[in-house]
Write a protein that binds this ligand. Structure first.
Ligand code: NCD
Length: 329
C-alpha cells in the first residue's frame, strides 16, 4: 500500500523537539517521521519475541496523576519492548496525598536519575510546567482538556492503514469536544497533514470559538457523516464537567450515537474511538463489535507509536549512535 507519509517531507531523520508536549507545534515532517518509525516498530510487535535492545540504559518514569488504563499500560509496554527501565508512579498511595507539591515530587523522581517522564495530569499545562522545573524529557500523556498527542498519533497511524493520503481526507469527531484533549490533538495533527475536520456534538459540548481552529461544526449527526471517511466518537467526560451538559445518555445516544444503520448507509465509513467506550452511549454495542470499528487496532498501534515517540525523543538528544534508524533486528 502507498502510505500517507510518502510525501516530499519524508526525509527528516530526527525530531527537532526535545519533548512531546502537544501536536500544535509539531511539523508535518516530524509527524510523518513518528508514523514511519512506528510502522517499523509495529513489525517488532508481530514477532514471537517482541523486544529490541534499542533503549537499553534509558530510564522512563510513568507519572500518572489521573486514572488511566490503556495509555499507562501502552507506554509501559512500549518502554519495556525497547528494553528501557520503567518505573510507575500513580497518585494513590504516593506522597502527593501527604501534601508534597508537584514540583517537589518530580524533582525527587529526577534525583533518582530518570531520563524521560511520561506525564498525565488533570490540569492543562502541567507537562509544560515540568519542562521548566526538571531536566528530564517530558512526554504529555494527557493534560486536562488540553492535548493528548500520543493518542492522536496512534489515531493517525491507524488511519494510514485504511487511506493512502491525508490530503482531503474527511474526519468527523463526534461528542464531547469541549472537554476533549483527544479532539484537540487530532485537530492539530490532521490539519497539519492536510485532512479536513468536522466537529459534531450538542451545542453545550462544542465550544463556540473552536471554529477558529479551521474546523467545520455541525450539530446534526446525519450531516456530519455525509461524505465522511473516518468517524471518531468521544466519551462524554463527566469528570471534567461541573454541570450536566447533556439531558440524558439515552437522548444523547439517539441524537449523536453511531448506530448500525449509519454503517449501512455509509458503506466505506470507518469508526474509531480512543476508549474507554460506553456501549450504547457514543456507539451502539453492535457498532463497537463491527469490523469497521477499528478500536482495538488503535490500541495495538498505540504501543508502536509510543515506542516510536520514546525512541525518537531519546535519539534526538542522546550521544548513542542510533542514527542508522531503529534497531529492529
Ligand atoms: C482518552 C483520555 O484519557 O483522554 N482516553 C485514552 O487516553 N485512551 C479519552 C477518554 O478518557 O475518554
Amino acid at each position: 500500500m502507498v502510505h500517507a507519509d510518502n510525501a516530499p517531507d519524508s526525509s527528516l531523520r530526527a525530531l527537532r523537539h526535545r519533548h512531546l508536549l502537544g501536536l500544535s507545534t509539531y511539523g508535518s515532517d516530524e509527524i510523518r517521521l513518528i508514523l514511519r518509525t512506528a510502522r517499523e516498530f509495529r513489525s517488532v510487535l508481530d514477532r514471537p519475541i517482541r523486544r529490541v535492545p534499542t533503549l537499553r540504559g534509558v530510564t522512563v518514569a510513568n507519572l500518572f496523576f489521573e486514572p488511566s488504563t490503556r495509555t499507562r499500560l501502552s507506554f509501559e509496554l512500549a518502554a519495556k519492548r525497547l528494553s528501557a527501565d520503567v518505573v510507575n508512579f500513580s497518585t494513590a498511595g504516593s506522597s502527593v496525598s501527604k501534601g508534597e507539591t508537584l514540583k517537589d515530587t518530580v524533582r525527587n523522581i529526577e534525583a533518582m536519575k530518570v531520563d524521560m517522564a511520561v506525564v498525565r495530569h488533570a490540569s492543562p499545562g502541567v507537562p509544560h510546567f515540568l519542562t521548566r522545573c526538571v531536566d528530564v524529557q517530558v512526554v504529555n500523556a494527557g493534560d486536562g482538556a488540553h492535548e493528548h498527542p500520543s493518542q492522536a498519533l496512534l489515531d493517525l497511524l491507524t488511519m494510514t492503514e485504511h487511506y493512502d493520503s491525508f490530503d482531503g481526507l474527511n474526519v468527523t469527531i463526534i461528542g464531547d469536544i469541549a472537554h476533549s484533549r483527544v479532539a484537540r490533538s487530532n485537530i492539530y495533527g490532521l490539519h497539519t497533514l492536510g485532512a479536513n475536520v468536522t466537529l459534531c456534538g450538542p451545542p453545550t459540548l462544542v465550544p463556540v470559538d473552536i471554529r477558529a481552529l479551521g474546523v467545520r461544526v455541525t450539530h446534526s449527526l446525519g450531516d456530519a457523516l455525509e461524505g465522511c471517511d473516518v468517524a471518531m466518537s468521544l466519551r462524554i467526560q463527566l469528570e471534567r464537567q461541573d454541570a450536566s451538559l447533556v439531558p440524558s445518555t439515552r437522548e444523547y445516544h439517539d441524537r449523536f450515537g453511531i448506530k448500525l444503520r449509519d454503517l449501512e448507509r455509509h458503506p466505506d465509513l470507518i469508526v474509531m474511538h480512543p476508549g474507554p467506550v460506553n456501549r450504547g452511549v457514543e456507539l451502539a454495542s453492535d457498532v463497537v463489535d463491527h469490523e469497521r470499528a477499528i478500536i482495538l487496532r488503535q490500541v495495538t498501534n498505540g504501543v508502536a507509536v509510543r515506542m516510536a515517540i520514546l525512541y525518537l525523543l531519546a535519539t534526538a538528544t542522546r550521544a548513542h549512535d542510533m542514527s542508522a534508524g531503529p534497531t529492529v533486528s
